[in-house]
Design a protein around this ligand. Structure first.
Ligand code: SF4
Ligand code: SF3
Length: 553
């Protein structure tokens, strides 16, 4: 077997990608290098855990490296083998530095037997390629232990991505990094019981809440609280730059650097919520959103005509027709596409190459026109809490349905469009993440002025939905979050959705429907634990699910 990866919803046959490339286009070489990188990161964590008893913590530079590296391995973030080769080299150096620092702190040399992740070393890059196929997911033989370790690892990847975004905005969270060390080290411990691994998975959810809270604070302190907004989905007459992904700092820099250049800026996919922030709305050349969720990018990027900047996932392997217009930055990367590096000495990133290219491009071709509504993060919803509570008490709102998460290519995802259409007029959809593109252009009306689709923002803004639920629980004087008139019907695709799911489980949310398929990495026994303890269930037919949701099941 050349590669094995089952971390996302598109895993081949809902079992695992094991050919020359994954369904996402990730080549075998990159998949294996990602496995090796995770292996070495686990080695760093083993030393970090050893030092814990003496009060050792990873310093900010190493913590940042850990988060960036995990983030790079998220589905559709980075397809560049060379980037992974250098990350592995750096990880081996970080591991050596952490080992030395821990030994200094302990005042002794660590000489006990350690997992191979902490001791393996390589003379050169060719050794990476020899080792990589031996340290993948299938190296763990027991399928339940493998399943729990991977659930934990994927949750940590999502958490690391959110932690990385917060760090970019100067909200480095040591607790998040401490948990990454604990969790990664635990996956090398063959003596942990299934119960201990389940407890770690929930602790991962707890730290996921903390990572999302840090990111929420980072985003809102830097750019203000999202406001209810009508976002233009048509185009202007100037050439444009399209910005995709989740990194708002890149958004800020791009808007600043394009001001007065005659170039317009448009958001794509998960960058849509940037339109809701006061700090960005003030720019006249910020025209609106172009296109849909990530998976339609091959046709939409052709008709956009201008450069596209990926700040994070989700990249679809580009067509040659626009590959020279595709740029990456941060944890994203694609071979043959220009990568914009960090600025030197704390300076902003330099987007001038993208701007110069944009000046030579045609304006975008309009593919839609009109507006979409969003900006209902916790502050905006809490601002009208009285109205919401009154509508629930009067019976005007019977149920809230959280339909956040990811979108994807699978045909079965039409389910979410149909559920949105068939939910009765007295229900409200709460959403976050790119899952919303399945229904955010439908005219679903409002309830007494409250739109029937309330979009909180990006997938990380699922935190807002949790804040709203906890606030409503308080207002209604309930003891159990599950007594609220809220149902969860979540679409998932990649590992950011895994941490959102674990965060919800940690908060005690039960009866979550998950689709379009249950994760391939859940073994039958682990799936059983989730069903028995949390009543997680796969989506069913649209009719049955709408009926059950409205009946509170
Ligand atoms: Fe397959 Fe998903 Fe892994 Fe890509 S990320 S190789 S589609 S399981
Ligand atoms: Fe979407 Fe990739 Fe997950 Fe941030 S952009 S939600 S899939």
């Amino acid at each position: 077997m050349s590669m094995f990866c089952y971390q996302c919803q598109e895993a081949l046959g809902n079992t695992g990608c094991n050919k020359k490339a994954g369904m996402c286009g990730k080549p075998e070489k990159v998949a294996n290098l990602q496995d090796l990188l995770i292996f070495v990161l686990k080695g760093i964590a083993v030393y970090g855990e050893k030092g814990k008893e003496a009060g050792f913590q990873l310093d900010e530079q190493s913590g940042k490296f850990l988060m960036e590296s995990l983030f790079s391995t998220i589905t559709n973030a980075n397809f560049d083998a060379q980037r992974f080769e250098s990350l592995i080299k750096e990880a081996l150096q970080v591991r050596a530095d952490v080992k030395a620092a821990v030994e200094a702190k302990l005042g002794k040399v660590i000489d006990e037997a350690l997992p191979e992740a902490a001791t393996w070393s390589a003379e050169d890059v060719s050794a990476f390629y020899e080792k990589a196929p031996q340290v993948g997911v299938l190296a763990t033989e027991n399928e339940d232990v493998r399943s729990l370790c991977e659930l934990l690892t994927y949750g940590m990847k999502g958490m690391a991505a959110y932690g990385d975004h917060a760090t970019v905005l100067k909200k480095y969270n040591q607790n998040v990094v401490d948990f990454l060390v604990k969790g990664l080290a635990a996956t090398t411990n063959d003596n942990l019981s299934v119960d201990e691994l389940v407890a770690l998975v929930l602790e991962c959810g707890q730290n996921g809440v903390e990572a999302m809270a840090s990111l929420d604070a980072a985003n809102t302190e830097a750019y203000g609280h999202p406001e209810p907004t009508q976002v233009n989905i048509g185009v202007g007459t100037n050439p444009g730059i399209l910005i995709s992904g989740h990194d708002l700092k890149d958004m800020e820099e791009l808007l600043k650097q394009t001001e007065g250049t005659g170039i317009d800026v448009y958001t794509h996919s998960e960058m849509l919520p940037a339109n809701y922030y006061p700090a960005f709305k003030k720019y006249d050349h910020f025209v609106g959103n172009y296109g849909n969720a990530w998976w339609k990018q091959q046709s939409e990027f052709e008709s956009f005509h201008g450069p596209i900047l990926f700040t994070t996932n989700c990249i679809v392997p580009p067509k040659n027709s626009y590959k020279n217009r595709l740029f990456t930055t941060g944890s994203s990367g694609y071979p043959g596409c220009t990568h914009i590096p960090e600025g030197e000495n704390g300076q902003p990133k330099d987007f001038s190459a993208i701007i110069e290219l944009a000046k030579t491009c045609q304006p975008p071709t309009e593919i839609e026109h009109g507006t979409i509504t969003g900006g209902f993060a916790h502050e905006a919803v809490m601002g009208v809490a009285d109205k919401v509570v009154e509508a629930v008490k009067s019976g005007a709102i019977k149920r809230f349905v959280v339909m956040g998460g990811c979108d994807g290519r699978q045909k079965g995802r039409g389910y979410f469009t149909d559920v949105a259409k068939q939910l009765p007029q007295d229900s409200i959809i709460l959403t976050a993440g790119c899952a919303k593109y399945r229904y955010n252009k439908l005219d679903l009306g409002d309830i007494g002025g409250i739109p029937r689709v309330l979009d909180a923002g990006q997938c990380n803004d699922s935190y807002s939905l949790a804040v709203i639920a906890l606030k409503l629980k308080e207002v209604f004087g309930l003891d159990d979050i599950n007594d609220l008139p809220i149902s969860y019907d979540i679409g998932w695709y990649e590992q950011k959705a895994v941490i959102v799911l674990l965060a919800l489980l940690y908060l005690g949310v039960k009866h979550i429907r998950l689709g379009p398929t249950l994760p391939a990495f859940l073994s039958p026994n682990v799936a059983k634990v989730l069903v028995e303890n949390f009543d997680i269930k796969p989506i069913g037919t649209v009719e049955d699910d709408v009926t059950a949701i409205m009946a509170g099941n």
